[in-house]
Write a protein that binds this ligand. Structure first.
Ligand code: GAR
Length: 193
């Protein structure tokens, strides 16, 4: 069974989807710990409600940077929780060497676009602003770039005429919640000897 650690900055609906997939037996895993860079993030409340251990990362007052020291502490916490795969679920800081080196090829991310298109924040707004005809969802292995790294799974979505960015994000999230648990299973199976 996989032992997951989840990092998120926001509402944690993807963390909830992973948990739901575990509950139904669709994903053979457990969530050992949930970490957030925002003490008030809903993802932490969701973890508490389900009795999952959680903690706040101390990013030393930096608004968007993920300092090396915070990454090293995060790696320690994940290791001591026995985590073997880290899932970024709406985590909005760039992961670099201290964490990547502690979990080589063992950190996944979900992003609401067909990467390499529209990396970074609010990809759904970027897609609408660019008048794109389609976008989608990507699950990939994390490297030191922003929303880069080997692809695991992608699903396309047609953008409707006059669709608002919010409406598009809602439809993208339905896809996210379905494919993240599938992608985790697919990737974990690919790692088996
Ligand atoms: C999701 O749409 C996720 O794909 C996106 O943040 C949202 C978090 O929602 N992540 C990124 O944009 C990463 N670059 P959630 O907190 O409800 O899972």
């Amino acid at each position: 069974m996989l032992t997951l650690g989840i990092l998120g900055s926001g509402s944690g609906s993807n963390m909830q989807a992973i948990l739901d997939a575990i509950t139904t037996g669709a994903l053979d895993a457990k969530i050992a710990i949930v970490l957030s860079d925002h003490p008030d993030a809903l993802i932490l409340k969701r973890a508490a409600n389900h009795g999952i251990p959680y903690a706040v990362m101390d990013c030393e007052g930096h608004k968007s940077k993920f300092p090396d020291s915070a990454q090293a502490r995060t790696a320690e916490i994940l290791k001591s929780a026995g985590v073997d795969l880290v899932c970024l679920a709406g985590f909005m800081r760039l992961v670099k060497a201290p964490l990547l080196d502690a979990f080589p090829l063992r950190i996944l991310n979900i992003h609401p676009s067909l990467l390499p298109a529209f990396p970074g924040v609010a990809a759904w707004e970027q897609a609408v602003a660019a008048k794109a005809k389609e976008t989608g969802v990507t699950v990939h292995v994390v490297d030191s770039g922003m929303d880069t790294g080997p692809l695991i799974l992608q699903e396309k979505l047609e953008i409707l005429p006059d669709e608002t960015a919010d409406a598009l994000h809602k439809r993208l999230q339905v896809i996210e919640h379905r494919i993240y648990p599938m992608a985790i299973t697919r990737y974990a199976n690919s790692l088996k000897p």
